[in-house]
Design a protein around this ligand. Structure first.
Ligand SMILES: Nc1ncnc2c1ncn2[C@@H]1O[C@H](COP(=O)(O)OP(=O)(O)O)[C@@H](O)[C@H]1O
Ligand SMILES: [Mg+2]
Length: 235
């Protein structure tokens, strides 16, 4: 589904990504962890077509890119990846259904079809009874689910989530993880999720964990993330 090969990115003399190799399979939920400033958002931004890498490549479905500027990967942003951010990024004055539909309309889908798809996506995230609520009338967890509906609407195969639970209480954060798992493990139409989180407890919901360290990703497990040794004692 998603392959990253030898991706590098520097900002001036700061080498942030030094040759990242990783993949996310179809139906897989992968948690990306790493210290603050290690380049997690930079990596997501390049995968999502918001930023060009310096060298290396990304293959998503049938599309290869990575070092081309954002203007050359419009199709990736429109059709391939959905984004979820810490602070939801919803439009305050639009209902849930319009928040999702407007994103589809911007990608060229006619209004009627956009509304139908938006309603489907909102039902999928459990908000079928909140279609016409504006963000202020929804809880934080429900607002994040609107953002998730927006990200999956239009059948985008990959979700990129940058600290999606950072603004949620513990219970709502767990609900989002459960929803992510259900979306990835859906038998009819599985998607793939690459999620940045600081919280090892939430990361343990993923199928796999990656650690971004010194510009490269390495496989990680929940023990090393907690700083635990093999017996589960703290080191
Ligand atoms: N547009 C930019 N220009 C210059 N430096 C940047 C830019 N974006 C990120 N950086 C730097 O790159 C490093 C990695 O940033 P980031 O990817 O946001 O890390 P993380 O998401 O892991 O906290 C940081 O040192 C950050 O200051
Ligand atoms: Mg970040």
């Amino acid at each position: 589904m998603l392959h990253v090969d030898g991706l590098t990115k520097s900002f001036g003399s700061l080498d942030v990504l030094k040759g990242v190799h990783m993949e996310v399979k179809k139906g897989e939920m992968v948690a990306l962890m790493g210290p603050s400033g290690s380049g997690k958002s930079t990596l997501l931004n390049i995968i999502g077509g918001l930023l060009a890498g310096d060298s290396g490549s990304i293959t998503l479905d049938d599309r290869t890119y990575g070092t081309r500027g954002p203007a050359n990967v419009v199709d990736v942003r429109r059709n391939k990846v959905g984004w979820i951010f810490q602070d939801f990024h919803l439009l305050d004055n639009l209902s849930a259904v319009d928040n999702v539909a407007i994103a589809l309309e911007l990608s060229g889908i006619p209004s009627d079809a956009a509304v139908t798809e938006a309603e489907d996506a909102l039902r999928k995230v459990g908000l079928g009874d909140r279609l016409h609520f504006i963000p202020d009338q929804l809880s934080g967890g429900q607002q994040q689910r609107v953002a998730i509906a927006r990200a999956i609407a239009g059948n985008r195969p990959v979700l990129l989530a940058d600290e999606p639970t950072g603004n949620l209480d513990i219970a709502s954060g767990k609900d989002v993880m459960k929803l992510f798992k259900d979306l990835c493990h859906d038998e009819e139409n599985p998607i793939s999720i690459l999620m940045v989180t600081h919280d090892p407890d939430l990361a343990s919901n993923a199928d796999r964990m990656l650690l971004l360290n010194d510009g490269r990703t390495e496989a990680s497990d929940i023990r090393s993330a907690w700083g635990l040794d093999e017996e589960g004692e703290e080191e």
